[in-house]
Structure formats: C-alpha cells, structure tokens
Design a protein around this ligand. Structure first.
Ligand code: C2E
Ligand code: CA
Ligand code: CA
Ligand code: CA
Length: 273
C-alpha cells in the first residue's frame, strides 16, 4: 500500500487540498481514480456487550497512484460538492450488498449486519429508495442486514424528504442510524418523526468518557434517549478497556473502535475465517 511518499508528493498533495486550482485537480484525479478502480471499501467490526462481532461498518479508502493514500475527510466533502458522491455511494452500496451476499453463505457470518455511510446528497436523488431496493434484490440479501448511517446534517435540508426516504427503507426492512450523534445542532424533537433504529455516540464523547464527567453524562443521556425511543445505542472510537467498561456500565449496547479492530479491506475479511 502506498504511504505518504516523497516530500514533493506531500507538497503537491497539500496544494491540492488547499488551493482552488488544486481542488479542481483533486476532482479530476478523483474521477480518474474512480475509473481506475483506486477506491476500496474497508470495514471495521462492531461488537456487542460480550465483545462478539455483530456487524461491520464500511469505510471508503482512496489509494491514488498520484497522491498516495487520501483520507475520506479530505475527499468526501469535495465529492459531495461536485455530486460525484452519488456515484461513489452507489458503488459502496453495491460492495456492501456483495459482502452481505458472500457472508450469507457462511453460517458464522450470516447474521452480521453491514453499515454504510450515506451523504445527504444521495438522499436528494430522485428514486434513491428504489435504487437501494434494487441493489438489495439483485444481490439477494436480507434487507434487515443493511444499515444506512446518516449525520444530523440531513435534517437541515429537506426533512420531509428525508423522513420519506427513511420511511420507505424502513418498510423494506433496511435499518437507519444517526451517526456522530450529539455533535449536531438539531433540536431533539426530530427523533419523534425520524424513522431511525440506532444512535451512534460520537467519538469525541467516547474519547473522554473516563476522565470527563460531562462526556459521561452526555453518553448516559444518549443511552436514556435510546431506551425511551427503543433505539440501539452504539459507541464509536472505543480505544481502551477503560472506555469499554465505562460505556458498558452506562448501558451502551454495541461498540466500535481500534480496541476491537481497525478498518480492514472487505476482501480480506471474506477470506479470513
Ligand atoms: P465516520 O462515519 O464517523 O467513521 C468513523 C471514523 O472513525 C472512521 O474514519 C474510522 O476509521 C475512525 N475510527 C474508528 N475507530 C476509531 C478509533 O478507535 N479511534 C480513532 N481515532 N478513529 C477511529 P475514516 O475511515 O477516516 O472516515 C472518516 C469519515 O469519512 C467517516 O466518519 C464518514 O463520515 C466518511 N466516510 C467514510 N466512508 C464513507 C462512505 O462510503 N460514504 C460517505 N458518504 N462517507 C464516508
Ligand atoms: Ca459512520
Ligand atoms: Ca461517526
Ligand atoms: Ca464522523
């Protein structure tokens, strides 16, 4: 796998990310990269309170032959602005369902769920729900094995539309999750209307949950909210045993983070037992 590369390459990369002209270059690099198959879907395990793997979250990686490894936070926002995220998102859904289909043949994995991150932009595409249904059907996977993760940013645009799409996915059996929960600025009242089944406590609270009583109080509040709304609560970014036991004590249902496994190529997961 490509690392940061030479200093010249790093400087080139820096320029690409910071300057307007560089961004145009980055976009055309991204288009080229997509065509050359430089995007790869990695996945990170999600475990239950007994540390047993119950699912995985798909996380995209871009190994550019020109730029080296580009982090999602450096190219997803740009892909969202230009709209190419719609194409990328379709590919991620395909990969997710391909993976679920392979798992379904393996008794040890048949019950695992696969979560994909959705951008707000994807929800705004006409017929998005039908598209998801078609991909699921074509791969012959159980819809309730697929989870879509959304951030609160989807609530700032067209709430009716979001509720409509999530409602349709719900009818199909697809689960929805609110990612980075607690970091947005939305009012909590939307929880009444939004058909979601899972809340993910943001890593910023998890990383300080042991030392900071305020972070622990926020995690506790999210767990209470989850209980009242019958939502599964997942903690992301769990890195230490102390964080794990504190979050278990608080009542969190599921956990994700380097403590249990880093994101790895999906293909590797399919092969290793
Ligand atoms: P996210 O959905 O909040 O994903 C969690 C991020 O935390 C991932 O970063 C993951 O690698 C990282 N992480 C997991 N466990 C730990 C831990 O224990 N410690 C630390 N320090 N980090 C941990 P990553 O892979 O760089 O992804 C960043 C963001 O890019 C994601 O945040 C998500 O918003 C976006 N993204 C990734 N893949 C996709 C995709 O397929 N589609 C869309 N629309 N967005 C994606
Ligand atoms: Ca996520
Ligand atoms: Ca998150
Ligand atoms: Ca995030």
């Amino acid at each position: 796998r490509r690392e940061g590369g030479s200093r010249r390459l790093r400087q080139f990369r820096q320029r690409m990310l910071s300057e307007a002209q560089g961004r145009v270059q980055l976009i055309s690099e991204l288009h080229r990269g997509i065509e050359k198959g430089e995007l790869q879907l990695f996945a990170q395990p999600i475990v239950n309170r007994e540390r047993r793997v119950i699912g995985e979250e798909g996380l995209i990686r871009w190994f550019s032959s020109v730029l080296g490894t580009v982090a999602p936070d450096d190219f997803i926002p740009l892909a969202e602005q230009t709209g190419v995220i719609v194409e990328i998102g379709d590919w991620v859904l395909e990969e997710a369902c391909r993976t679920l289909s392979a798992w379904s043949l393996d008794p040890a994995r048949a019950d695992l769920t696969f979560s994909v991150n959705l951008s707000e932009r994807q929800l705004r595409v006409d017929g998005f729900g039908e598209r998801v249904r078609e991909i699921i059907a074509r791969h012959g996977v159980r819809p309730d094995r697929l989870t879509v993760e959304l951030t609160e940013s989807v609530l700032h645009s067209d709430l009716d539309r979001t509720v409509g799409v999530l409602g349709m996915l719900r009818t199909e059996g697809v689960q929805s999750s609110l990612d980075d929960f607690g970091t947005g600025y939305s009012s909590l009242s939307y929880l009444q209307h939004l058909p979601v089944q899972q809340l993910k406590i943001d890593r910023s609270f998890v990383s300080s949950v042991v030392e900071d009583p305020h972070a622990a109080a926020i995690a506790q509040t999210i767990v209470w909210l989850g209980r009242n709304f019958h939502l599964q609560v997942v903690a992301e970014g769990v890195e230490t045993e102390d964080q794990f036991s504190k979050l278990r004590e608080i009542g969190v249902d599921a956990f994700q983070g380097y403590l249990f496994g880093k994101p790895r190529p999906v293909a590797e997961r399919l092969l290793s037992a």
